[in-house]
Design a protein around this ligand. Structure first.
Ligand SMILES: Cc1cc2nc3c(=O)[nH]c(=O)nc-3n(C[C@H](O)[C@H](O)[C@H](O)COP(=O)(O)O)c2cc1C
Length: 203
């Protein structure tokens, strides 16, 4: 698929065919491409938890959602045959930038304009989303609520130093309802792109 088509076609897919698993070679390509994401200082401070068996996926959903009847979002999402939980690893960046060529030996976090560890893992997640489109699959990035993070780590043996920045669900698409957020419309260049000087926002 042309790259421009991948970009144009990508949208978050929230309903999947539970009977069609993601082929292993496609899963591997999603992850290989994620590892080509850029990272500050080439720190690569990320980790990806791949959940494919019904047991593992069930455990993920049980520790990251409230018990009770599933709403339409959860019903669609739990059908995804593949979940990739994307973790950022701040210490890898503090360690990397304490090396001689960077010289931030104090590991002072106030040096960082924004958390690059989260940004880089987010870039890797976008590559997973785009690769899914290229492979004819659907995918959705979604967050893990803060109150479930400790239970998620405990369930899968994830060290405390790794923070789940989000999860990518992947699978073959089934028809799903468009997100109500889309009613906001896509903001155009006249609203968000500023050439030369920061122009006032459109009324
Ligand atoms: C950081 C981030 C967090 C998101 N969290 C969720 C989420 O928790 N649940 C969900 O259904 N979609 C989530 N989304 C998807 C957005 O709702 C979606 O990207 C947006 O509405 C635009 O739609 P599109 O990606 O289909 O173009 C998230 C997207 C991002 C980038």
């Amino acid at each position: 698929m042309e790259f421009s088509e991948v970009v144009a076609r990508r949208r978050m897919v929230r309903a999947y065919d539970p009977a069609r698993p993601v082929p292993p070679e496609v899963r591997d390509r999603l992850l290989d491409n994620a590892l080509h994401a850029p990272s500050a200082g080439f720190s690569q401070g990320w980790g990806f938890l791949v959940l494919e068996t019904e047991t593992d996926r069930g455990l993920f959903w049980s520790v990251t959602t409230e018990p009770g009847e599933a709403d339409s979002w959860l019903t669609g999402m739990t059908a995804a045959p593949l979940l990739i939980v994307c973790f950022s690893h701040k210490d890898a960046y503090l360690d990397r930038y304490a090396e001689a060529d960077k010289g931030w030996a104090d590991r002072d976090e106030s040096r960082w304009p924004v958390p690059y560890w989260d940004i880089d893992t987010g870039m890797a997640a976008l590559l997973i989303l785009q690769t899914a489109v290229d492979e004819g699959l659907g995918a959705c990035f979604f967050g893990v609520a803060p109150e479930f993070i400790a239970a998620l780590r405990a369930a899968f043996g994830v060290p405390d130093a790794f923070t789940p920045i989000g999860v990518v669900s992947v699978g073959y698409r089934r028809p799903d309802a468009a997100s109500p957020s889309l009613r906001r419309g896509r903001r155009g260049p006249d609203e968000v792109v500023h050439h030369g000087r920061w122009s006032p926002a459109r009324a």
